[in-house]
Design a protein around this ligand. Structure first.
Ligand code: ADP
Ligand code: MG
Length: 716
């Protein structure tokens, strides 16, 4: 791998909140590192090393200075272990605090109804109950607040910490003066407990969505049975298996790595990766995915991708990055809440000073109002809005067999106004039927077929595979003198033999003067610029192509066909599907130019089968790749359709739009609730405990809104 883009992984202990993660993130980004991903759930820190001189020790030291422990550098795969741990700790913390807070709160409530419980009004008893709660909560929020302050980022835990501390210290002063009017121990304890409830709900919601990664990681097979050159079978750890090795897979086995079937016909269950629940039949030459299960038959496969770059590894990677990647709307919310916290602190200070100074309230009352302001305006609901919705959205899309690279992709997907399609392998299936194979009378048909077969072996274009499949059904071919073959994507193949003859096998376009080909030729074979043979291929529309185009049209989304194929063929496919704009006979470079021009006009998605469309896919506003197998596709595109049904894309677009809407609703809720609640709190209409309760409630609303997205019905 290129040194410049090496990804470093670390495991960092001691971050137990989103804010801790944010502070590490800030720190690394300030160091100029790219693609920084910090996940406090999985205790994972990853970034891309963009500079060879990066001083890793310095990075570790910096993280340690922020108050965290770097466990292993290059922590690798077990970094995703124990996502449940966090939820458990959060739960334990909450239970302890709740048990201690309950008597305080009950006594306080009974008191308001005029039923005093003597013992519990003793200041020392109250301190004994509230003290541990403050210690636990203070440690928890204080640490996060400190981490935020160190990176000069005031986070919401600063507000909670200041609020709880103000109530607690005020009570201590009261205790010192033996004045029960100053006791607000129950307020301090309740604030902390309520916020902990919010945190626990958050941890649970987050945990429910990160299990996806855990489940995927569990699909990994540890060992593989390698067939040695002598035919013996040895069991080895998958890390030691190389591309090209032969592996034995029997009925019931998990297929260890991506590979191609060498022998046998088998059925596989790929539901875990592609969402396709029906068993799939696979024969010689077909691709198998690592992590899927061989349900019947047995086979030997040739490994096509090592264990770090197989399909499963890429998918896990996609899911991991999906969670860290924020849509623009959230980045806006982050910026707002960065301003918001200091503003709230100022409002709280003014509430106290002005309230007390003008005689609007007593000192105690003014202080309580100020604390209420701090608590009610915690922007945590704003912080939760996006990650929760994105995680649920990504999960729902995954159930459709659609993988998506992060929150910003969801936003872009939702905003698409035009979808451009590649033809061969995208709108049509990759399996084409050879309908005509015409050889000029002067040539030897057996030899011509041999040359075609020899050349197509060097290409992985759907046409090549289809031609090879067609020729295989014929009688054995004589051996052909070795050829040197090169491929021009979008055009075809060129070859030279030992005698210096030049062959061209590809599109019937820009043919040399004098060469005449039959009307419906798709692929022509030339020898030294003279016509030798021509092939016609017929293709079938891919499943779901028509419904997809139709539903896009209904939703007002423009569709365009962009293909390297002949005009007539392109037009006929476009007409069958109802696509009105067609660009035919486009070379990959021209496809790229078209996409650039189209993207400049309005938000444009490009759908392609990934290998020869890679450049266009990455240039479009949104690249959608098909055909779960190819790693190139997974790399170039931001969206990958794993299942063989195009119509899922229109549903996926609607899910993306719905996710974005959920985020907007939650952010709107979080902002407007603050705008209403802050003045109420400042004027003394909310006591701090109610404020904390409302704040926790506001989190629940946001989380609930995200969870609702799981099943939320889509508008037609
Ligand atoms: P599309 O844009 O529809 O996916 P391509 O750009 O991949 O099509 O290919 C355009 C044309 O180039 C094909 O229709 C075919 O005539 C020719 N071609 C490309 N690759 C090959 C190949 N391996 N063998 C023969 N012809 C090829
Ligand atoms: Mg194609």
């Amino acid at each position: 791998m290129n040194k410049q883009t090496e990804i470093i992984e670390m495991r960092v202990d001691g971050m137990d909140c989103n804010n801790c993660a944010m502070s590490i993130q800030r720190f690394l980004e300030r160091k100029g590192l790219e693609d920084v991903l910090v996940n406090f759930q999985t205790r994972e820190v990853r970034f891309r090393q963009n500079d060879e001189a990066l001083d890793l020790a310095g990075v570790s030291a910096g993280i340690t200075r922020l108050g965290f422990t770097v466990v292993t550098e290059n922590g690798g795969d077990d970094a995703t272990a124990h996502p449940h741990q966090h939820e458990k700790t959060t739960w334990r913390r909450l239970v302890i605090c709740a048990l201690l807070t309950a008597p305080l709160l009950i006594a306080h409530l009974l008191m308001t109804f005029g039923v005093p419980i003597g013992l519990l009004h003793n200041g020392w008893v109250q301190l004994a109950l509230a003290g541990p709660v403050y210690a636990i909560g203070g440690l928890y929020f204080g640490r996060s607040a400190l981490a935020g302050l160190r990176t000069r980022m005031l986070n919401m835990d600063v507000l909670i910490f200041v609020g709880a501390t103000a109530a607690f210290v005020y009570s201590l002063v009261g205790l010192y003066r033996q004045n029960p009017d100053y006791y607000f121990f129950e307020t301090a304890a309740t604030i902390i407990t309520l916020v902990l409830i919010g945190n626990w709900l958050e941890a649970r919601a987050v945990e429910r969505t990160t299990t996806a990664i855990g489940a995927l990681s569990e699909l990994r097979e540890e060992t593989a049975r390698r067939v040695t050159a002598s035919g013996a079978v040895v069991t080895l750890p998958v890390e030691q298996i190389k591309v090209g090795d032969h592996l034995r897979v029997n009925t019931g086995d998990k297929i260890p790595l991506d590979g191609k079937i060498l022998t046998g016909t088998v059925t596989v269950n790929e539901a875990m990766l592609t969402g396709e629940s029906l068993p799939q039949q696979r024969g010689e030459g077909d691709a198998l995915l690592g992590g899927t299960i061989l349900t019947s038959g047995q086979t030997t496969i040739a490994v096509t991708a090592g264990y770090k770059d197989g399909t499963l590894a890429k998918i896990i990677d996609l899911v991991k990055t999906a969670q860290a990647d924020k849509p623009g709307i959230q980045r806006l919310a982050d910026r707002v809440s960065a301003v918001f916290v200091p503003v709230v602190i100022v409002i709280a200070a003014l509430t106290f000073v002005v309230g007390w100074g003008t005689g609007y309230a007593t000192a105690t009352q003014a202080l309580m109002n100020a604390i209420a302001v701090l608590l009610i305006s915690c922007p945590c609901a704003m912080g939760l809005a996006t990650p929760t919705a994105v995680m649920v959205g990504v999960g729902r899309l995954a159930r459709l067999g659609v993988l998506i690279r992060g929150g910003s992709t969801i936003e872009r997907f939702a905003g698409i106004e035009r979808m451009v399609f590649d033809k061969t392998g995208t709108l049509t299936t990759g399996t084409l039927e050879v309908t005509d194979f015409i050889v000029t009378p002067e040539a030897d048909p057996v030899k011509v077929r041999g040359i075609v077969r020899e050349m197509e072996q060097y290409s992985s274009h759907p046409i090549a595979e289809s031609i090879l499949a067609f020729l295989k059904t014929e009688s054995p071919h004589p051996a052909i003198a070795p050829l040197r073959v090169s491929e021009t994507p979008g055009l075809g193949l060129e070859a030279t033999d030992a005698a210096g003859n030049r062959y061209y096998l590809g599109a019937a376009r820009n043919l040399p003067p004098g060469v005449e080909v039959p009307e419906n030729t798709d692929v022509v074979l030339l020898k030294n610029n003279r016509y030798l043979a021509s092939l016609s291929l017929s293709s079938e529309l891919r499943k779901g192509a028509r419904p997809l185009v139709q539903s896009l049209l209904n939703e007002g989304i423009e569709t365009i066909l962009l293909t390297g194929d002949r005009r007539a063929k392109a037009d006929s496919v476009a007409e069958k599907l109802g696509i009105s704009r067609v660009f035919a006979e486009q070379l990959p470079a021209q496809k790229l130019e078209r996409i650039a021009a189209l993207s400049a006009e309005k938000p444009t998605a490009m759908v392609g089968d990934g290998i020869n469309d890679a450049a266009a896919l990455s240039r479009a506003d949104l690249g959608i790749a098909l055909g779960g197998g190819s790693a190139a596709a997974l790399d170039a595109a931001q969206v990958v359709l794993l299942r063989d049904d195009l119509s899922l894309l229109s549903e996926a677009r609607r899910v993306a739009a719905l996710t974005l809407r959920t985020i907007r609703e939650s952010l709107f809720w979080a902002f407007s609730y603050n705008i209403v609640a802050i003045p109420l709190a400042a004027l003394g209409f909310l006591n701090p405990m109610w404020a904390a309760l409302f704040m926790a409630f506001s989190d629940v609303v946001v989380i609930g809104n995200a969870i609702r997205l799981r099943e939320r019905k889509m508008m037609a």
